[in-house]
Ligand binder design. Structure first.
Ligand SMILES: [Mn+2]
Length: 330
């Protein structure tokens, strides 16, 4: 397996996407363990520019660490894990291009793959953790309990508590779980929505504009943070598709998160749509068929209100264009 040649290297940096979720963290913890089994003298580190609260729960439980850093120093070998596009990482791209980059992911393939020496992208896997668990199984290396907890958390989190699981997911869970309590995994992943998140949900709903096209309810809104969770919430209470913008003036950045119901994703793949709109806005995007996002630079010469309006209009317009094309409506 070519992957193993890279995992045997003496120094490896494992990179998680921004606001690293349990799937990214679990996958990295397991890869780091695998590397250390293959090369006990290796120097291995996991880095993310930020870590989600739930991931912190998991890391505390298993006694592992992820270093929170932006623009980390890059060794010759860099693994990028569970990450669809370069904009989800705070790394020096010019420097990265000259390294041996290995990508392991389950999102739609983007241009990030072009700079990789080697990649494993399995879009049909509900989680990256399953891709990694399968590698362990194939190698006949049974991971220790803390690594299995990390992978199970990744799987259960990304499958939305198994709602998106497929038959293989259950097979891999039964391979991993053995002496681990499933209730324990669920409790590590459960958290009361925090105050700022609930506030953002309520604001997103109160500011929401609802448009309709071909009986599809399209919700457009904006917040200053938690845009992904807001888009998810808006779909859960009735929209067919939601676009939520967050403008971060200080960081000079616009973020858009989109979520939709399955019947919409049959016509428009949100990951593709967000990749397209992201490029149009001078940034990048990607994601899955029912969940996507983009990051783009914020044009400071324009007011926040104007930017929000323009971005939401663009999302609406491009979505309708793609939908019409797919459904053959003129
Ligand atoms: Mn994932």
């Amino acid at each position: 397996m070519e992957l193993l040649e890279y995992l045997k290297r003496d120094e490896i940096l494992f990179l998680c996407h921004h606001n690293a979720d349990p799937d990214a963290v679990g996958s990295c913890v397991a890869l780091k363990y695998l590397a250390s089994q293959l090369n006990s003298k290796g120097n291995y580190r996991i880095v993310a520019d930020s870590i989600s609260k739930i991931s912190r729960n998991v890391l505390n439980e298993i006694g592992e660490r992820v270093d929170v850093e932006i623009y980390p120093k890059l060794p010759q070998t860099v693994f990028i894990v569970d990450t669809a596009s370069i904009n989800q990482l705070k790394v020096n791209f010019d420097e990265l291009k000259n390294k041996d980059v290995i990508l392991i992911d389950h999102h739609k393939k983007t241009e990030l793959a072009d700079i990789c020496k080697y990649y494993i992208i399995k879009e049909d896997y509900p989680s990256t953790s399953e891709i990694i668990a399968e590698i362990f199984r194939e190698l006949n290396i049974f991971p220790p309990k803390n690594v299995r907890i990390a992978l199970l958390c990744g799987i259960v989190y990304d499958t939305k508590h198994l709602k998106l699981a497929n038959p293989k997911t259950f097979e891999l869970i039964s391979y991993l779980i053995k002496d681990i309590s499933f209730q324990k995994i669920l409790s590590l992943l459960s958290q009361e929505s925090d105050y700022s998140k609930r506030t953002a949900h309520l604001k997103a709903c109160s500011r929401m504009e609802i448009k309709e096209f071909d009986k599809i309810k399209i919700a457009l809104s904006y917040v200053s943070s938690h845009e992904a969770s807001c888009a998810k919430t808006i779909v859960s209470i009735g929209a067919d598709i939601a676009f939520v913008v967050a403008v971060r003036k200080k960081e000079g950045e616009i973020r858009v998160s989109a979520r939709c119901r399955k019947h919409v994703s049959k016509y428009v793949h949100l990951g593709n749509l967000m990749e397209k709109i992201g490029k149009e806005l001078g940034g990048s995007g990607g994601g899955h068929s029912e969940a996507g996002g983009l990051n783009a630079p914020y044009d400071k010469s324009k007011s926040k209100e104007k930017v929000i309006k323009e971005v939401l209009n663009l999302c609406y317009k491009r979505f309708v264009d793609e939908y019409k094309k797919a459904k053959n409506i003129n």
